[in-house]
Each structure stands twice: as structure tokens, then as C-alpha cells.
Design a binder for this molecule. Structure first.
Ligand SMILES: [Zn+2]
Ligand SMILES: [Zn+2]
Length: 234
């Protein structure tokens, strides 16, 4: 079992923590767009998954310049990343990939079958689950659109999702073959079958999640606020 797992959100619709006091009246409208570290919020998602010494980049946000800038501000060394996991083909998850490969070509890219990825060194993931390494899995491409990343830890499964287009129910079902889900981190889109997540210990609904406030009020102890700059250690 993996004992050291750290997830750093690089790209998200919001920043973490939200700036309490705006710089000036002119920037007040932008107060939740840039945080203390200078990280920028933008529609999209990406996070760095560190499992011991292994660094896996999950998705790449929408715009390369924001993505690379946030990486720099988070002191992430792109050359240490050897694997990129792309959840699905949508622009807000793949937009930064070309710019990332410009600074680090030496990566293996796991892509779902439906993504016609123009880059080399890719491994296409079919609808079948895939073992990436010890305790690291892909659910496989579900509903012909999206794969989720699973890390098995002592506490249970950490499930990282892009937009949850296949539906969280299907993702949880696919993940459950590897163990008991402990937490789900990422975009949950229009997910509203809230009972489904009652057995999770933690949940970080972020990016495109429409019912964040409802999840937070139903499960205040489980809820983790996301946003670029948020670090989750399991
Ligand atoms: Zn999407
Ligand atoms: Zn998305």
C-alpha cells in the first residue's frame, strides 16, 4: 500500500485560499481569481499526484500559459514528471498539454481511446481497467469518454476525476473493484445523487461541480475546498 500521497491542484476554476482582501478597488472583482501566491483561476482542471517519488500529472487545464505559470508558482519541477494522465479530450483538460510537452517531452501519456491525441509516447486506455504501477490504476475509459485515476492507499482508494462525464455512480462502481473509495477529488459536473458519496471519508468537489454548496452543507466534515494551490495529503 502506498503511504505517501500528495495531490496539488494546479489549475482550477477557483484559487485556494481565496484572497481575503483585494489589492485595491480595481482588483476587487478579481479577488477570487488570483490568490496570495499569485496563482490564477481559470475554467479547467489539473493536479499533480505525488506517490512517493513518482509524479503523475493529471490533466493540463485549458491554457498553457496559465498552466505553466501556476506550475512555476507552486515550485513544481516539470522535469520530475514522467507520466501524464489525461482524463478526457475536452479542451479544459488538454489545453495545456502541448505547452507542457514543449518543456518536457520525456513523458508517457495515458489517454482514453476517444481522445485523438496528436503527441507521441502515448498509451491508449480502452474501456478495460488498467494497472499503471503498483497501487495505481485507471478505471478504463467509461461511457466512451473519460477515465479516472485511482491510487490505493492504506486508508482506501483515492479517486481523481476530470469532469465525471460517465456519472459518478459508474466511476465509483469501476473504482470499487480495487477496494473501498476513501476520497474523490475533481470535477463532478451535475452530480446530485448525494447519497452516493455518504460512505466516503472525504470529498473535494471542484472544477465544474455544480452542487458544491449542497455537498458542503450535507457533508461538512467530509468536504474539502478545492482551488488552484490546494494541497491534499492522504
Ligand atoms: Zn469535460
Ligand atoms: Zn472540465
Amino acid at each position: 500500500m502506498q503511504d505517501e500521497l500528495k495531490i496539488t491542484i494546479i489549475y482550477d476554476n477557483t484559487v485556494y485560499p481565496v484572497r481575503k482582501k483585494p489589492f485595491s478597488s480595481q482588483t476587487s472583482k478579481l479577488s477570487n481569481r488570483v490568490n496570495q501566491k499569485g496563482l490564477k483561476a481559470d475554467w479547467g482542471f489539473s493536479c499533480l499526484v505525488e506517490i512517493g517519488h513518482r509524479q503523475i500529472l493529471f490533466d493540463t487545464g485549458a491554457h498553457g500559459f496559465i498552466f505553466l505559470d501556476n506550475i512555476k508558482k507552486l515550485n513544481i519541477d516539470p522535469s520530475l514528471i514522467k507520466e501524464v494522465f489525461i482524463s478526457h479530450s475536452h479542451w479544459d483538460h488538454t489545453g495545456g498539454l502541448a505547452d507542457f510537452l514543449n518543456i518536457n517531452k520525456d513523458v508517457k501519456i495515458y489517454i482514453p481511446n476517444s481522445y485523438s491525441c496528436p503527441f507521441e509516447r502515448k498509451q491508449i486506455v480502452s474501456e478495460k481497467p488498467l494497472q499503471i504501477a503498483e497501487n495505481i490504476f485507471s478505471t478504463g475509459e467509461l461511457n466512451r469518454i473519460e477515465q479516472s485515476l485511482i491510487v490505493k492507499t492504506k486508508k482506501g482508494l483515492v479517486v481523481i476525476v476530470g469532469c465525471s462525464h460517465p456519472g459518478l455512480e459508474n466511476i465509483i462502481k469501476a473504482a470499487s473493484q480495487f477496494g473501498k473509495p476513501y476520497t474523490i477529488i475533481g470535477g463532478l459536473h451535475g452530480f446530485n445523487n448525494f447519497n452516493l458519496v455518504k460512505d466516503l471519508e472525504l470529498i473535494c468537489p471542484t472544477h465544474c461541480t455544480q452542487f458544491k454548496a449542497e455537498i458542503k452543507s450535507l457533508y461538512p466534515k467530509k468536504y474539502i475546498e478545492g482551488g488552484a494551490g490546494k494541497v491534499i495529503e492522504v
